[in-house]
Ligand binder design. Sequence first.
Ligand code: SF4
Length: 518
Amino acid sequence: MTRRLYQGVPDIADVSDLIGAASHCANTRASKNPIPRPCSLIPGAVAAGDKLHEECGVVAIYGHPNAAREAYLALYALQHRGQESAGIATADGAHLANIKGMGLVSEIFTDDVIAKLPGPMAIGHTRYSTTGDSALLNAQPIRVDSTRGLIAIAHNGNLVNLGNLRTRLERDGAYFQTTSDSEIIVQLIAHSHAGTLVDCIADSLSQIEGAFSIVMMTRDRIFAARDPRGFRPLSIGRMKQPDAPDAIVFASESCAFDLLRAEFIRDVLPGELVMVSEDGLTSRQYATGIPQSSCIFEHVYFARPDSRIFGRWVQESRDEMGRQLARESGVPADVVVPVPDSGVTAALGYAEESGLPFRLGLIRNHYVGRTFIEPEQRVRDFGVRLKLNPVRNLLVGKRVILIDDSIIRGTTSRKIVRMVRGAGAREVHLRISCPPTISPCFYGVDTPRKQDLIAANNSIEQIRQFIEADSLAYLSLEGLLASVRNGHNVGYCTACYTGVYPTEHIDVEEILPAAAAL
Ligand code: SF4
């Protein structure tokens, strides 16, 4: 059954796609609330499947005759960053069209739909949203008819100083049609007193705090920017064209370039604003001197292993995490088995380092949609059995080292341990390729409350008992940092493992121990 539902009107500012829009990847908290809260506090929201979820992927294309189709292909490659809704806006120098829909990129953007998106410029967005706020109104790009002209914007991340900005803008006469922080950015641009549009954008970006990788489009220009700490990835690529200048592409992850046959140029730098126009590509640093704090969990779990982010291949990082895990917490065993798919690369590294055989002892059903993912715990447990099935002949009588990338609530891990043991494994040793998750994220990742994070409220031995494993070990923070840095001095955010946040404006109540919150 199709879940397709469209919204989009060419050219004119589409007011209907703004009313009540509360982008999840762009902060959905009540607009008057000055303190951002973890995304799971949205009513009805859950971390489906007991995994943390990335929230968005963004893409931009400049100077390609089929920009909408190229944006579609890039979004297709970024589908893992959000499966609930997607949108593409295009511009042809005079008009700005925008179509958004619910569902997967391939469900929304059929040939007929793409044909309604003319022009050599495009921006696109794919979005994960939790059950409670899954709505077309929350899809991006959003398009605003500002005093600076029509602007379409797509945003990955969460701002953390919304309340102050919104209050100030409203005092200055701003009329908000949405509660999304993407609109706050556009309103800041509209109310800036700077001279040129690019100055206005730089001025507005320097006023916001938090995580944002943004692509923006006017009728004739594309802009791309990252926040000064560089929380979320954003890369620049180039597409060769016969008899025409190179097309420029921006994407959340470099894996999108491969499908477009684009060449990776470099990352957009933290605090950098890049503009592409008929004059070519220009850049400026709108913020300097702020320490980088890129999201380390992108390397652990979110990004695709065939992407290069923050200057390092994700596959290499995950392989090294597995090797380091084997060095730190090796245990006598017969086989190394990944929890697919995200545990596979770390398990390969663990197996090579330990000299143990790697076996695909769990098979994932890739055709399970989100239909079965519901808030009730009963249904979530069922979802694990729908998704994973043991290969009994590989497990029976074996001492199994199970490699996964995280334990959030612990309920899914317990199910998987039981599944492996139920398939005949003699021992089950769970190894996690990152440190215990003890604190929620405020920078664009769907996280349970602190009181629901099992590692925030229990010792490792208590977690081991809960998940019923013979042994349990996590990768150390030092081991994780060494795995992702590989000698390069990149600054990383590790707040969900340490509780030490790189920005102000976070909800202190949410990071108190569970007992204090009762
Ligand atoms: S708190 Fe964790 S998930 Fe959030 S940005 Fe920092 S490292 Fe990433």
